[in-house]
Design a protein around this ligand. Sequence first.
Ligand code: GRF
Length: 215
Amino acid sequence: MARLKVAALISGRGSNLQALIDAAADPTYPAEIVLVLSNNADAYGLQRASAAGIATLVIDHRGKERPAFEAEIDAALRRNGVELICLAGFMRLLTAGFAERWRDRILNIHPSLLPAFKGLHVHEQVLAAGARFTGCTVHVVRPEMDAGPIIAQAAVPVAPDDTADSLAARVLEAEHRLYPLALRLVAEGRAIVEGDLVRLERVAAAETSLLNPTR
Ligand code: GRF
């Protein structure tokens, strides 16, 4: 079966990218990363991609209007036959035009249980609110920031002595399990966008614990 051609857009560390690369190293995984694109030439994720033999491209956003920046990205994606975009720590907002052009074909991972705690400094927000649970979300991207149909979430309990850093580290572990699973569901046609919601089909009982891991 042909694997879904995926581009990952990153800006930094790329640990979620690594989780996707590791999953796709299995030839039976239904998606392959064909391109890693960064707006930042120093992003460590570019080294991860090169080490895995994946094509990389840097498109600097500086000194450009957003539509011009995105037109370069769009051209690179099309040149590489990309079918789906995975945002993985990509720190630029996308215009509504780009989001619409790739409607239902952009995924993002966010380190909270959306729709709670959007934006930046998420773990600080969680602690400041006194939330007892947090987690992470993989969702389909809509033009509004950190919004769109939810594919999968993982819950992570907040410990009384947690700091933003300790919480970030535990949530990140959950992210690394969740993103490959969510991408698998999309690539296998088991996560179907219906308006503002995603309907899951043919999810085995054993996968339910993977969909909502609390480890
Ligand atoms: C992750 O916490 C992700 O949820 C958020 O940005 C961070 C990226 O980390 N969108 P990494 O670059 O994948 O290590």
